[in-house]
Design a protein around this ligand. Structure first.
Ligand SMILES: [Cu+2]
Length: 481
């Protein structure tokens, strides 16, 4: 643990306010690679393959280990959906029910969660609904009765989500609908899914992860070395699985589906030498109207759907996506090179969609995300207790959930989508706009959200999406009744 983060963490433990402003943005512990880092902006941006159904409404995907080239000149064993990292992108349609048959040929159990999905409880990727290693299989049922949105999917295995996602078990899923199709937004080659995550590598090119001796075993403290309980941050930034990639673009508008798939790292994204993100969508779908941002904070699990107009730059320009929360190599994310002019008949309309409105909440509940006296990350003082719901909201109602925190806890709610109402009693940030499923709750902050419980009755969960915190028991069940 570095001196700076140790000091900060001890401050957190002591319940004191965070004094140093720089500290307040650190959300994990840096793990350095043991190989020479590749030169940034030399690897072309890969676009993950789009999953193809085996027949209408049915996909089959096998989780398997594979060796792929991530760092040029070396290979990395990944645990991948389809043996790829990221996994294939699922291009889905509102109301078009699909089944995804997942077969597990790994040596570890898995549970797949469609993050942002309005999914029946049996297919939601509950952490103990495991698909057995060595050939186990499960049909996940996704009715997709939900608005067009940028979703993703990843492993959710009890106690071991962090190391298994780190090793590759994640991919994107896009839900589309007629409302979105009617808009003149960039599409095709000008719509880029961008899965951003950080990793560290061993000298031989394998993923480096701070597992305790023996690789960990079941138990809340087991999956990660104790020095990394704040969360693991790598020193290599990957976009779609490539280190600091470069994408050639035309001087036109592009739609970027930004996803932070990191275990613990938060980013504050900016365009250098300057530029603007026009946000058109949040975690759970299109905004009512676009919102312009100079910078976008994005915590683990969050997504932003944005349009960037590259015609604002001279042809030949390099436009770098940077993370202003980091110094050193991790400050760079990726680069766009504006190669040539091209025709552009796209636009960002002033009215994008008609999202569901606010409904009156029937109650207020409090969820406090904090390290417990026993030293585990807990919610309302309890480390995770499977099968013991902390709340029983009624189907079809809305509730205010007041989320409070001792550290950076990106809080994710399964099934329910929410609006951010307030931060510390004041108006939310511009970047909090729209319906969401994950919200960055910062140290000693109180965030009020209005959550709607639509879709299905049954057992769901809320948890911290810092995956090390999640594995160390910062999860709770709720039951929709
Ligand atoms: Cu957390």
């Amino acid at each position: 643990m570095s001196a700076v983060t140790r000091r900060m963490f001890l401050g957190v433990l002591g319940g004191t306010a965070l004094a140093a402003a720089g500290c307040a943005e650190i959300s994990g512990e840096l793990l350095r690679s043991r190989l020479a880092l590749p030169r940034p902006f030399t690897v072309p941006l890969p676009i993950p393959e789009v999953a193809r159904p085996v027949r209408p409404g049915r996909y089959e995907v096998t989780q398997r280990a594979a060796r792929i080239e991530i760092i040029p000149g070396t290979t990395t064993e990944v645990l991948g959906y389809g043996g790829t990292f990221p996994g294939p992108t699922f291009d889905l349609r509102r109301g078009s029910r699909v089944t995804v048959a997942v077969r597990n040929e790994l040596s570890v159990p898995t549970s797949t969660h469609l993050h942002g999905g309005v999914t029946p409880p049996g297919s939601d990727g509950y952490p103990t609904d495991l698909v057995a290693p060595g050939g186990g299989a499960k049909d996940y049922d996704y009715p997709l009765e939900q608005r067009a949105a940028t979703l993703w999917y990843h492993d959710h295995r009890m106690d071991f989500t962090a190391p298994q996602v780190w090793r590759g078990l994640a991919g994107m899923a896009l839900v589309r609908d007629d409302e979105e199709d009617a808009l003149p937004l960039p599409r095709g080659e000008r719509e880029l899914p961008l899965m951003i995550c950080d990793r560290a590598f061993e000298e031989d090119g394998s993923f480096r992860y701070p597992s305790p001796p023996g690789g960990g075993h079941t138990g809340h403290m087991a999956a990660v070395d104790g020095d990394y309980m704040e969360g693991v941050e790598g020193d290599v930034i990957l976009v779609n699985g490539a280190p600091w990639p470069v994408a050639e673009v035309t001087a036109t508008r592009y739609r970027l589906r930004l996803l932070n798939a990191s275990n613990a790292r938060r980013y504050r994204l900016r365009l250098a030498p300057g530029g603007r993100f026009t946000q058109i969508g949040s975690d759970s779908g299109l905004l009512a109207a676009p919102v312009a941002h100079d910078e976008l904070p994005i915590s683990p699990g969050e997504r932003y759907d944005v349009v960037v107009d590259f015609s604002a730059y001279p042809v030949g320009s390099a436009v770098t996506l940077v993370n202003t929360l980091a110094d050193g190599p991790a400050r760079n994310v990726m680069r766009f090179v504006v190669a040539r002019r091209a025709a552009d008949d796209t636009a960002v309309p002033a009215v994008l969609s008609r999202p569901p409105g606010r409904v009156a909440p029937v109650t207020t509940r409090r969820f406090d995300f904090r390290r417990s006296a026993e030293g585990v990350w807990a919610i309302n003082g309890h480390p995770y207790r499977p099968g013991v719901p902390l709340a029983r909201p009624r189907l079809g109602t809305a509730e205010v959930w007041r989320l409070s925190s001792d550290f950076h806890h990106p809080v994710h709610v399964h099934l329910a989508h929410f609006l951010v109402l307030a931060r510390n009693g004041r108006a939310p940030a511009a970047s909090d706009a729209g319906w969401k499923d994950t919200v960055d709750v910062r140290p000693y902050e109180v965030v009020d959200v209005l959550a709607r419980f639509d879709g299905y009755r049954g057992r769901y969960m809320l948890h911290c999406h810092n995956l090390e915190h999640e594995d160390m028991a910062m999860m709770a069940d709720f039951e929709v009744i």
